[in-house]
Design a protein around this ligand. Structure first.
Ligand code: FAD
Length: 464
């Protein structure tokens, strides 16, 4: 076997360019390299690491059934990978290495180092297209990257129309099934496997069920945390157990069946945000270096009160919707998109806390934690980013709660101490109610905090 496929955040056998194209050249082997210390340094959550472990098991068991040998190796950090791969290739007579390109800067530096090391020992390296729906750079007519989503999306749709959306097939069975080797993963961690089964087939099943039953209602239901109106596929997409093009294919298939135009799908548009933020990483590497997209916002002096930050993390801010959301994150590793916007806006505007802390906390808890989307979402919320929320638009948590959790059902689920309150007062209990139920008073005054945040951004503008 001369072809080696190195699987990273693309833990799937279907629609995997590196796996498929390598298999066309001859028999393949697969390697996965675990880097627990590196994951820790990237603040990856235990949930995400746990799901990854499960998905590696699932992938390996499929590969051995296809007669494809697969090895799992563990090193501490990315920097150890070039040496280990050289050794592995030499020991196994490998002549070609295949992988799908990655986005954040450390990953790209890692891949560059691997390429150099392997080429030095005459092993050919074949990087394949990155995990995007439209993998070619989406550029304006002037050849520059888009900084605003809507024009990006228009161009992206045109490019999508010009390409095939058929997912790549599974590699062919290359030998009799091999026996399954036990995998040692001492870095494995617990996660909510009742919510996200570590199984690629399950991810696909959820995708098709969502497209058949909910995709057409997505626009109406997506903003209500108690309605299961979104796909909850993000953990699978983040680890690559599901490819984004498989989603497009399912959308197109179901829309055709139902006589709708798939290009108008609002869910497709949401998936385009994933591509948008990932492409931004490629065009603007400073984003991977803790820099805001709008450089002037680097001058903001955040208020950064540690006790307030901790209250936010624990879901003890005294704003029921914010607390319910943060407890959902802490308990499940996932948070509804509307709530991610509410809690991030609360953190960066009302607490006026440095968004980097919020970004890091999310990463350390999210099962779908993914650098580009998380950084993009945080910079959007903090108004420091590309096509971000205008700085003077500050979410009012109580209004958001009344609008998107009108009956307080979501709050009751995650803040059970407020269970007994009526549908109106549950959004903002009175002081007496709080005292009686042992629920904290609001840690900031909305109006004062909002005004202070807007003034801080105003000063920036005037100074500029
Ligand atoms: P659906 O609504 O079903 O959307 C389908 C898929 O599209 C998602 O699974 C996701 O892959 C992609 N997607 C949807 N919205 C966005 C978006 N705004 N940006 C990028 N991709 C998107 N998403 C992550 O995958 N990882 C993160 O670490 C992450 N951090 C976020 C932080 C903040 C502050 C905010 C505001 C958003 C963040 N998002 C992140 C985006 C979004 O909230 C989640 O993708 C979504 O809630 C996942 O639920 P779903 O799978 O049901 O989404």
């Amino acid at each position: 076997i001369e072809q080696l496929v190195w699987i990273r955040n693309d833990l799937r056998w279907q629609d995997n360019p590196a796996l498929y194209f390598a298999s066309l050249k001859g028999p393949i082997r697969v390697i996965v390299i675990a880097t627990p210390k590196q994951w820790q340094e990237h603040h990856e959550s235990g949930s995400k690491i746990g799901l990854r472990a499960g998905l590696i098991r699932c992938l390996f068991s499929k590969l051995v059934s296809l007669g494809i040998p697969a090895d799992l190796i563990e090193v501490d950090r990315f920097k150890h990978i070039p040496d280990i791969l050289c050794q592995y290739c030499q020991d196994n007579g490998i002549k070609h290495l295949w992988y799908n390109q990655d986005f954040p800067i450390h990953e790209r530096q890692r891949d560059q180092a691997v390429k150099q090391a392997l080429q030095a020992i005459h092993i050919e390296v074949h990087p394949q297209e990155p995990d995007l729906i439209v993998s070619r750079p989406v550029l304006s007519q002037q050849g520059t990257p888009f900084k605003v989503f809507t024009p990006f999306y228009k161009r992206w749709l045109t490019m999508l129309n010009e390409q095939s959306i058929e997912p790549l097939p599974i590699p062919k069975k290359q030998a009799d099934a091999l026996s399954e080797q036990p995998l040692t993963m001492i870095w494995q961690q617990p996660f909510r496997d009742d919510l996200w089964k570590p199984d690629q087939d399950k991810a696909n099943q959820t995708l098709w069920q969502f497209c058949h039953r909910k995709e057409d209602l997505y626009d109406k239901q997506r903003d209500f945390p108690m309605t299961p109106g979104t796909s909850t596929l993000s953990p699978y997409l983040a680890l690559g157990a599901l490819g984004p093009r498989e989603c497009v294919y399912a959308i197109a298939y179901v829309c055709n069946e139902q006589g709708r135009s798939w290009q108008d799908s609002i869910w497709l548009k949401e998936l385009a945000w994933r591509d948008f933020y990932r492409q931004l990483m490629l065009h603007f590497p400073t984003l991977s270096k803790h820099k805001p997209f709008k450089p002037e916002t680097d001058r903001i002096v955040w208020r950064d009160n540690k006790a307030e930050r901790l209250a936010w993390q624990k879901g003890q801010t005294g704003f029921p919707i914010v607390d319910a959301a943060m407890r959902q994150l802490n308990q499940t590793g996932w948070m509804h998109n509307r709530l991610r916007m509410i809690t991030a806006s609360f953190f960066s505007k009302l607490l006026f806390a440095d968004w980097h802390h919020g970004e890091q906390y999310f990463m350390s808890k999210l099962i779908d934690g993914e650098f580009a989307a998380n950084n993009g979402g945080w910079q959007w919320s903090a108004s420091t980013g590309c096509d971000a929320a205008p700085y003077f638009r500050v979410f009012n948590p109580t209004r958001q709660s009344e609008r998107y959790d009108a009956k307080g059902e979501f709050i009751r689920r995650f803040v059970p101490e407020l269970k007994s309150l009526d549908n109106k007062s549950i959004h903002n209990p009175s002081t007496d109610q709080r005292d009686a139920l042992g629920y904290p008073n609001p840690i900031v005054d909305y109006k004062t905090a909002r005004k202070a945040a807007i003034e801080a951004f105003d000063r920036l503008k005037n100074h500029h």
